[in-house]
Design a protein around this ligand. Structure first.
Ligand SMILES: [Zn+2]
Ligand SMILES: [Zn+2]
Length: 299
């Protein structure tokens, strides 16, 4: 096969559904992905599945059919991108207690906020509706990009969400919209708000991933942080909507970010490509000189 014609894909999906034999599902997924050279991260819990898988376009297409052939995943919604490379270097399939760790037992996504379509969110803005929009992601994600006028709680771990909600009490009678990357965190984040007595809660349907496909250059500012090796997805072309973040070294607007290569620091920093080279993948001169370094690779 001609190398140039090789296409790779990245597919992500999640589904909250009761899975009684997580071990069996784990071993089947490991077998399947292993045999077809698929890489990525898959989490299995008794409450469902959360997966991000990459490989050749053909292998990913077959994988989607395989997933749909499993009875409780037949209506899964796939989000897909074509990439110039395999977006993960490894494969793991892990069993977790919760798909996303909120630490609030008994919350069911069935009681989550009403689903708001991307174009309807744009409508909320253009009609000048009175609403609050809250980012449920971590601070290093929301720094790279976020919705216009969104509340950006300084979250470092999703388990802090109940604390965040406590500070939003004054909006209990207002329209509140939550959003996250693909929607999985909002299922619980919005359910928690409903449980806490918030009266008019929406969650962005399909997350930022879907929003940026359907409504780029509208009310999203900056790039979208992703946990695979693309690191960031930039969908906006309007120059005034391209960046919300600035290089920590020189202040140039950029959506690019890296982990500081001092393994004892490992902080996620916004850093332009030039400063990345100049500071040797480090957040400071101190970290640049630190002995315990991460080996260099793509990104
Ligand atoms: Zn810079
Ligand atoms: Zn550092």
């Amino acid at each position: 096969m001609n190398q140039d014609s090789v296409q790779y894909k990245l597919v992500t999906f999640y589904k909250y559904v009761d899975i009684d034999d997580t071990l069996l599902l784990q071993s089947e997924l490991l077998n399947y992905c292993g045999s077809y050279g698929l890489k990525g991260k898959i989490y299995v819990a008794s409450e469902g599945i959360n997966a991000s898988v990459s490989g050749s376009a053909e292998a990913v297409d077959n994988f989607k059919n395989y997933i749909r052939s499993i009875i409780f995943f037949r209506d899964v919604i796939f989000k897909e991108d074509t990439t110039g490379f395999v977006a993960y270097s490894k494969l793991f399939v892990r069993i977790k207690n919760e798909l996303v760790n909120l630490g609030v037992p008994g919350l069911t996504p069935k009681n989550g906020g009403k689903r708001l379509k991307p174009k309807d969110l744009v409508g909320f803005y253009s009609e000048g509706r009175d609403f609050i929009i809250v980012d449920t992601r971590n601070n290093y994600e929301s720094r790279i990009g976020h919705f216009k006028n969104a509340l950006l709680p300084e979250i470092t771990n999703f388990r802090e969400w109940p604390e965040v909600v406590k500070n939003l009490e004054q909006y209990k009678d207002k329209t509140v919209i939550t959003y996250c990357t693909g929607g999985i965190r909002c299922e619980k984040a919005s359910a928690y708000m409903v449980e806490q007595g918030f009266r008019d809660v929406y969650q962005l349907d399909g997350g930022i991933v879907t929003f940026l496909k359907e409504c780029p250059d509208t009310v999203w500012e900056g790039g979208m942080f992703v946990f695979d090796e693309r690191r960031v997805v930039e969908a906006n072309t309007r120059e005034d909507l391209r960046y919300t973040a600035k290089c920590i070294h020189c202040g140039t607007p950029t959506a690019y970010h890296i982990n500081c290569h001092n393994l004892d620091c490992d902080k996620i920093i916004v850093c332009c490509h030039e400063c990345k080279v100049k500071y040797d993948y480090s957040c400071s001169d101190e970290c640049k000189k630190a002995p315990n370094r991460r080996p260099k690779r793509y990104g």
